[in-house]
Design a protein around this ligand. Structure first.
Ligand code: ADP
Ligand code: TYD
Length: 206
C-alpha cells in the first residue's frame, strides 16, 4: 500500500531539475507538508556509492547493458531504504530523476535497449511516480550550464551534444506516451516562473 505521493523531475543534464525539485520541496515545506527530497542515482547510502561508479570516468567505462544493471541496483536500494518508507508514512517524495531516466538514457539514447529496461523495471522496481515534470531545454544551453558546474560528474555530458539532442527527443516521446502522468515544462525561463507552473500543475492534479 502506498499512502504518500511520489513526484519526479526529469530532463536532460543541466536542464534545471535539481533547482525545481528544491523549489517545490521548499514550497511544500512552507505549507507544513512532510516532504522527502531525494535524487537518482543515489538517495540512500548504498545507492550513493553506486552513483560514483556511474557519473565519474570515461564515457566508455560501462556498456549500456551494464549501466542498466547498475542504475537498477541503485534504484532498488533507494526504493527499499528511502522511497517506500517515506511513502508508507504518508510523505510526499520528490525525486530528482527516477526510472524514466533509464528509459530515455539507456533505453533509447545509448542504444535500443528499452526491452531490457522494461523487463528489469517490472521485475525489481514496479513503482511509477504519481506525477512527473519533464523540464525541456535546448541541449546547447543545458550542456554549457551543466559543464560550468565543474562537478567532476560529467561522464554523460562528455557523451556530447548529439547525445543530449537524442535525449531531448526521448523525453518528448516519454511525455507523449504518458500524457496523464508526465508534464512537459518549458525550462527557458527564470526559475520562479517555472516553479509557478509546477506548483499549479501539482495543485490541479491533487
Ligand atoms: P540539473 O539538475 O537539471 O542538472 P540544475 O538545477 O543543477 O540542473 O541547474 C544547472 C545550472 O543552471 C545551475 O548552475 C543552476 O543554478 C542553473 N539554472 C537552473 N535553473 C535555471 C533557470 N531557469 N535559468 C537559468 N539558470 C538556471
Ligand atoms: P544527475 O546528477 O541528475 O545529472 P545532471 O545534474 O547533470 O542532470 O544524474 C547523473 C547522470 O546519470 C545524468 O547524466 C543522467 C544519468 N542517468 C542515467 O543515464 N540513467 C538513469 O537511470 C539515471 C537515474 C541517471
Amino acid at each position: 500500500m502506498t499512502a504518500g505521493r511520489f513526484i519526479t523531475f526529469e530532463g536532460i543534464d543541466g536542464s534545471g531539475k535539481s533547482t525545481q525539485a528544491r523549489l517545490l520541496s521548499a514550497y511544500l515545506k512552507s505549507k507544513d507538508v512532510d516532504v522527502v527530497l531525494t535524487r537518482e542515482p543515489g538517495g540512500s547510502p548504498g545507492a550513493e556509492e553506486i552513483r560514483r561508479l556511474l557519473v565519474e570516468g570515461a564515457p566508455d567505462r560501462w556498456s549500456g547493458e551494464t549501466e542498466i544493471l547498475l542504475f537498477t541496483a541503485a534504484r532498488r536500494d533507494h526504493l527499499e531504504r528511502t522511497i517506500r518508507p517515506a511513502l508508507d508514512r504518508g510523505a510526499v517524495v520528490i525525486s530528482d530523476r527516477f526510472a524514466d531516466s533509464t528509459r530515455v538514457y539507456q533505453g533509447a539514447a545509448r542504444g535500443d535497449l528499452r526491452d531490457i529496461v522494461d523487463r528489469l523495471h517490472k521485475a525489481v522496481i514496479g513503482l511509477e511516480p504519481d506525477l512527473t515534470f519533464v523540464i525541456d531545454m535546448d541541449p546547447a544551453t543545458a550542456l554549457s550550464r551543466g559543464l560550468a558546474r565543474q562537478s567532476g560528474e560529467d561522464r554523460f555530458e562528455d557523451m556530447g551534444q548529439g547525445f543530449q539532442e537524442r535525449l531531448r527527443i526521448g523525453f518528448h516521446e516519454l511525455v507523449a506516451d504518458n500524457p496523464g502522468r508526465c508534464h512537459l515544462i518549458d525550462g527557458h525561463r527564470n526559475p520562479d516562473a517555472i516553479a509557478h507552473d509546477v506548483a499549479l500543475i501539482l495543485e490541479m492534479s491533487s
